[in-house]
Design a protein around this ligand. Structure first.
Ligand SMILES: Cc1ncc(COP(=O)(O)O)c(C=O)c1O
Length: 385
């Protein structure tokens, strides 16, 4: 009989998978669960996919295709103020693979990585897979889930802490870290020789006059930061599985070598389409962001009116609401909501212990459906028992 490793057995049993499965099986349920754009990729990308289909049957170099890396270098300089050369970029199967490979390259057994909590559900298991030792930095609702640099300092063990992960704009909280906070984090990183993993998957999904700043662009950080970018959210290309990491030479070289033992290379077709997407600029993402913004402005005030206290997200496409006025246990709340209101959302506990008592409501769903879901929730909460 096959025996499964303890490592795999210990992976968290996420509620999101179960709830979203129920939502798919029951079309009457409205899902505010999606973690991906409800938009398709731009029509130019879809057209181009057909055009290049006959040219894509070979592997690419493990670090990525030359013209893709050149397009990335230009984009990083122009949009992120990061200077990198070709040897600092590795194209990967989504940014998630870049994170996994970087974890393999930076963390030995039982070394520490500091993670914001609540945080994206893949962070913790990614590092546990390598028997690293993740430690949480609690983010607080009162500060809109920003990170307190003093809390980072308190958690650092000079011998064991190797990496600090940040994620701005954040999934699930929608927080965007300010330049001041990033500068303080940069100082901490230099003082303590920490590598920063900066997950910027939602970099272009930002609202109002909020600015996205890459910590890798700050003075002195070029030897300290691995920046993870994705085409999933900003180009609505989740299924193409394309992302990349920009890192100091030594780390990029290690990631590239490790890539040979995971997936060898990012799909050739996706890299060609990624090059096209980068050359197309930001028109399509702006269109999507305008629509997310319209939904955000409608959804967040309504959640607050219902008694679900939800800070206005500055980025990404999620409201992270406090449901403790109704229920302390977020899973219980979501199970009741799916049964009685026929609305699915993701229990905060899936984002770690500091997410308990909260629920993530995605607005990557049609405006009218969100309105209908909110109407149902209002009726449901009115007689919540
Ligand atoms: C914060 C964050 N990072 C990374 C990812 C994974 O992105 P990719 O599709 O590029 O692997 C996600 C997906 O939801 C995410 O929310």
């Amino acid at each position: 009989m096959v025996e499964i490793s303890e490592r795999e057995e210990d992976l968290p049993d996420l509620e999101i998978a179960k709830l979203l499965k129920i939502a798919v099986e029951h079309p009457e349920i409205i899902s505010l669960g999606p973690g991906e754009p409800d938009f398709p990729a731009a029509k130019e990308i879809i057209e181009h996919t057909k055009k290049i289909a006959h040219k894509v049957s070979h592997y690419s170099p493990p670090g990525g295709r030359k013209e893709f890396k050149q397009a990335i270098i230009k984009k990083l300089k122009k949009e992120n103020n990061i200077n990198a050369d070709e040897n600092q970029i590795v194209a990967t199967c989504g940014s998630q693979e870049a994170l996994l490979l970087s974890a393999a390259c930076c963390l030995d057994v039982s070394e520490q990585i500091l993670l914001p909590n609540p945080g994206f559900m893949a962070f913790l298991p990614t590092f546990e897979l390598f028997n690293a030792n993740p430690r949480f930095i609690k983010l607080n609702e009162e500060t809109g889930y920003s990170i307190n640099p003093d809390d980072i300092k308190k958690k650092i063990d000079k011998k064991k802490t190797k990496v600090l992960l940040i994620n701005s704009p954040s999934n699930p909280t929608g927080n965007v870290l300010s330049k001041k906070i990033l500068e303080e984090i940069a100082d901490i990183s230099i003082e303590n020789n920490l590598t920063i993993f900066s997950d910027e998957a939602y970099e272009k999904i930002i609202y109002d006059d909020t600015k996205h700043i890459s910590i890798g662009s700050l003075n002195g950080m070029n030897q300290h930061v691995a920046t993870f970018h994705s085409f999933s959210k900003t180009a609505a290309m989740c299924g193409y599985r394309l992302g990349y990491v920009a890192a100091p030479h030594k780390l990029a070289e290690a990631v590239k070598n490790t890539h040979i033992y995971s997936t060898i290379c990012a799909p050739t077709i996706s890299q060609m389409l990624g090059t096209k997407a980068l050359k197309m600029g930001n028109k399509y993402v702006k269109k999507m962001v305008n629509e997310y913004d319209r939904r955000r402005r409608m959804m967040i005030p309504r959640l607050n009116q219902m008694g679900i206290s939800t800070p206005m997200p500055k980025g990404a496409f999620y409201g992270f609401g406090n449901v403790t006025a109704f229920e302390k246990n977020s899973k219980k709340f979501c199970v009741k909501m799916i049964k009685k209101a026929k609305v699915a959302a993701v229990p905060g506990i899936d984002f770690g212990p500091a997410g308990e008592g909260h629920v993530r409501f995605s607005f990557a769903t049609d405006y009218k459906l969100i309105e209908k879901a909110l109407d149902r929730m209002e009726a449901f909460l009115h007689k919540y028992k």
